[in-house]
Every structure is written in structure tokens, then in C-alpha cells.
Ligand binder design. Sequence first.
Ligand SMILES: Nc1ncnc2c1ncn2[C@@H]1O[C@H](COP(=O)(O)OP(=O)(O)OP(=O)(O)O)[C@@H](O)[C@H]1O
Length: 575
Amino acid sequence: MIKKLSKSIREYKTTALLTPLYMIGEVAMEVLIPTLMALIIDNGVYNSDISYIVKLSILIVVAAILSMAFGIMGAKSGSKASCGFAKNLRHDLFHHIQDFSFKNIDSFSTSSLITRLTTDVQNVQQAFQMIIRICFRAPIMFIFAIIMVVHNGGTLVAVFAVAIPVLIIFCALFIKKVFPIFNRIFKHYDKLNRVVEENLTGIRTVKAYVREELEKEKFDASSSAIHDDFVKAQKMLVLINPVVQSVSYACILAICYLGARLISVGDMGTGELMSVFTYTMQILSSLIMIAMILVQLSMSKASAERIIEVLEAKPEMELNENGLKSVEDGSVVFEHTNFSYSGKDTPLVLHDINLEIKSGEMVGILGSTGSGKSSLISLIARLYDVTSGSVKVGGHDVRDYDIKALRDGVSVVLQKNTLFSGTVRSNLLWGNESASDEELTWALKSANADFVFTSKDGLDTVVEQGGNNFSGGQKQRLCIARALVKKPKVLIFDDSTSAVDTATDFAIRSALRRDVKNCTKIIIAQRVNSVMDADKIVILENGYIDDVGTHDELLSRNKTYQDLVKVQLGGKDNG
Ligand SMILES: Nc1ncnc2c1ncn2[C@@H]1O[C@H](COP(=O)(O)OP(=O)(O)OP(=O)(O)O)[C@@H](O)[C@H]1O
């Protein structure tokens, strides 16, 4: 785990290594000061040696200044290294997620990925800072202070033989109780993020269905679960101080009693006893620090594991970086294609699909909801990999292409396509960064999206988050235009004109026929109207191809098609 995460330290390695060195310097000075004080009392004060007192006082001031300087430098470099580490870790996670296939994204929920990128990284950052600053400081202070107690107090060290096991037992019990609570808190965070994400992305639906109160309840429930668990953890955390203070006072009382006896028989100086008191506090506080580190580490262990789970998740899709760099033509062939979303052991959503689409053809896909239409077209752009069989584009298996080349050649306007905040131009340029204004204008006109030119800003018209300043139909046409800018060999519309009226739908199809030549067009539609002039129409039923033919052929022989025409067109052949 440490090896995997430490890869993200990179340019902050030197800073991270310097931090414990500064902390060791700080501890060394802190431990030196009580001994110098003891020497002042036992030698300087006892012998009324002013010059000795002045000399050692100057040494104490120097040690205190050095201790402060090391402390500041340690804190500064610790913060710099941990913030840098967190930045790199977020970068590594985010970049890795960008390589995920749809299947990977499906397996982690979006909200869980958000928690991992934010809260979990923050926890690991805190643990990292603790490790480099306190993980060294506390044990070193403990060891130095014990050595100094043996040196100055001799047998008084025996007091710690009782105190330390008591504290260790208390800390072990504490960690055992508190760890499951923190583990639970992260799961609550996942849930809270899911509620917030769903609510904000679907805020319009929430309002349309007047679900605000229910949403508030869902949010409050998740938020209260986090609150309750934090309160439980805090209730235990507040126990630490009284327990430690009780142990400290018991140690000091024992040391007072035993030290006084040692002084009375002349085996110890008053200054030495005073220094032992200070070392006692240092020993106990370092033990508490070690306990706190263990709590923080056990808390961050859960976060670290969740981060590593993402980093180690192999993109489900093996990308062929040396694959073919361009799609020759727009032919598409399915050969005995089977597909299921979760691999071989789960039910197929597409069964033994055999289909040949010639380059330049216009193909319509019809089928009842859930029949597998979207699944079928997602295989052409390799959004998912087939479970068995193959899909060929331009005569080659889609897995033989460099993925960018394939997706440049196959443009999909998804059912739920999104516009991003920016301008119409910046959205269209997603299709092709170097497209000229003429090409963008052509794409907008072909997609029947010339409404853009009625706005005074034209291509620079602002697009708000999610394209919320456009109507559903306008958004769809902008998404179609974005797909056209790519000048693809295969253009796929997954119910992409569902939000436009029949006349606009017809206008878009006519414009596509006129302007977008030599390009295979595959259109999933609910309306027979949208596909009846296609070169062939595919009827899908329960993941199987039920029939393939032209409008006339299907009308003469296919019951499902006849029923669709009857319901939608009143039995008329409107071709
Ligand atoms: N990401 C997914 N993970 C698991 N199963 C899925 C996923 N997407 C779709 N399915 C399942 O696959 C089957 C086919 O779904 P698909 O979306 O391809 O149908 P469709 O014909 O496009 O439906 P619609 O017309 O409603 O969009 C359905 O049973 C659906 O539940």
C-alpha cells in the first residue's frame, strides 16, 4: 500500500525527507533543555556560580531558538510535502479514471469516486503529514526522554514500567472501538455524495415532481448518520485527555515520593528531579502522540485502501496503442456478437447478432424499450467490449484500432448527451479542435441548429452548465452538430431527435442526406417516421435481431413493424 501511494510523492521527495530531520533537530533541542536546567540548579545555583549560570542560560536560549527554528522548518516542509503529495495523488487518480471504460465507471459509483478523490485524499494527506512530522518526532522524543530519565533519575525509570503498559492497554481498547466508527463514516460520505450528486444533476426533475421535502429527508438522514458517528468518535476522543492526565499525575506523585527519598539520601540533585518531571511529561505526551498517530493511520488506512482500489482497477478495456490510426470507410459488421454488461457469467443483453451495414447506408434501429438498441450501438464506438463474437468497422475489428482513431471515425450522439459550460464554439470544437468557423457553421446548419445565428453572439453564444439555457430540442441539435464537426465515417444517433418536433426531425434528416455524404448513419428512434426512409431498418426484440429490411419489406412481412406503423401512422404508409 505504502509503495503504491509513495509513487505520488515525486518532486516532493526531498522536502518529505527533510521534514523528519528537522523534527529530530527540534526534539534533540527540547530534550537538552531540561538537562541544562538541572545543571544550572545543581551546579550553578548550589555553588552560587554566576558565570556558569549565565553560560548555561545562553545555551538554553540557543537551544530554544534552534528548537523553534527546526519546528518551524519542519512544519513548513511537512505542509509543503503533504499538500504536494495530495495534489499528485488527486492528479494520478483523476488521470487514471479518465482511462476507465464505461464498465469501470459502472462498477464504482460516481459518488464513490468523488468521495475517493476528495475526502479520502484529504485523510491520506493528513496521515502523510503526521507520518513525516510526528511519526519520527514522537518515538524519538520518547527514546531520548527515557534515556535522560535513566541518566538523571536512575531507578525512577521504574515508574514508567507501570505507566506505559496502562496507557498502551487504554490506547489499544480505544483504537479497537473507534476504528469501525471511522470506517462507517466513509460509507456515509459515499451515500451523502450520491444524494447531493443525484439531487443537483436532477434538480429540475426534483422540482417538477415536487420531491424537495423527500430529498431534504434523504440528505438529512445521511448527514445525521455522519454527525452521529462523529459524535460517538468524539465522545471517545475526549476520554484521552483525562486518562492521560490521571496517568501523568500518578507518575509525578510517584516520582515526587521516590525522588524525595533519593534526594534525602544524596543520590539525586533537586535539579535532576525537576528535569525528570519535564521528561515525564515528554514521555507521556509522546505516547499520546503515538496513540493519536495510530488512530489517524487506522482511519486513513480505510481511505488509502479505497484510493488504491481505484488506482489498481485496470481499465476493463485493453487499449491498442499501436492500433490502426484511421477508419477506412463506414462499413459496420456484427459477427455472432454476444454482449452482457458484467461479463460472461451474467445474462446476455445481446444474443448472436449478425448484421452487415454497407458504408454510406442509412440504417434505422427500432425496438421496444430495453430491447438492446443502445447496447448494440455502444459496441460500434467500443464504449463497451463484446462478450464474444466481433464488431468490425471499416473492415477491421474495433479492438484493432487506436481508440482515438476509432472514436474520431465513429461519432455517437448519445441518448443523454451533455453540453459543457462555455460557448457554442467551445462545445463544437470538442469534435475537432482545429475546425474553422465555416466548418462549425456548416455543422450547425446540417444539424438544423441555425437558431444559434439568431443570437447576436452567434458561435460565441454562452452555454451554461449542462446547456441549461437551451431547450431539449436545441441541446440535441447542438450535440448533433458537435458530432458532425468530427466528419466521421459512421454517425450514430441514439434517439437523438426525440426532443424535436416531427418537422424538425424531417429537416435534420434531409439536411444530413444533403450535406453529410459518404457517411454511414445509424439512427435509433422511437418514431417510425424517423427511420422509414432508411436503406434498411433493424428490428430488435429482447436482445435478438427480429428482422432486417426496408420499410416496404418490413411492412409486408413483419408483425412488430406493422403494429408500429399502425399505432404511429394509423396504418398509412407515409413514405
Ligand atoms: N450500464 C448498464 N449496466 C447494466 N445493465 C444495463 C446497462 N445499460 C443497460 N442495461 C440493460 O441492458 C438491457 C438493454 O438496454 P438498452 O439501453 O440497450 O436498451 P434500449 O433498447 O436502448 O432501451 P431504451 O429504448 O429504453 O433506451 C436492459 O435490460 C438494461 O437494463
